[in-house]
Design a protein around this ligand. Sequence first.
Ligand code: X6L
Ligand code: MG
Ligand code: MG
Length: 160
Amino acid sequence: MPKAYLGLGGNIGNPKDNIQEALRLLQSGGTIKVTKLSSFYETAPVGYEQQDWFVNAVTEIETTLPPYDLLALCNAVEQQLKRVRLIRWGPRTIDIDILLYEGFESTEEKLIVPHPRMIERAFVIVPLMEIAPDLHIKGQSIKQIAEGIHNQEIRKQEDD
Ligand code: X6L
Ligand code: MG
Ligand code: MG
């Protein structure tokens, strides 16, 4: 079954609860199985800075869904968690991004895979490296990618 990696994040309400609820909803139809989940990370906002810190995590899944059906499901779960778009790059209850999908690359604007900005973002690369330390993205090891990211605040969340 194809493997994929999803990035999840949010900064409205209880973002950790929202990520866990999103994972439950993603799996509820039986087409996705979560096989790995990173720690939860508190991360400084990137892109638009006048907002609260985010909680981010990355998950490895196995799925029978082809890429565009997986995208549709991710968008449907964002809607179920009441994602509203007011400010570009602004606060949200949940964001679910397809980072990588095994055997699939696309530059179509609706679904760019690998995710175009993932290799610049600590909030993606740090949790991804935790669950997939041997991964390569476009020929570069994830460890090399991580060494190229600087000055992005990220803290592993304490257990509660
Ligand atoms: C120049 C211009 C440099 C724009 C960077 C970076 C824009 C990231 C958007 C950028 C630029 C984004 C999250 C976030 C967002 C998240 C944290 C985005 C889209 N999502 N910050 N900012 N976590 N920490 O999930 O990623 S908005
Ligand atoms: Mg995103
Ligand atoms: Mg998104």
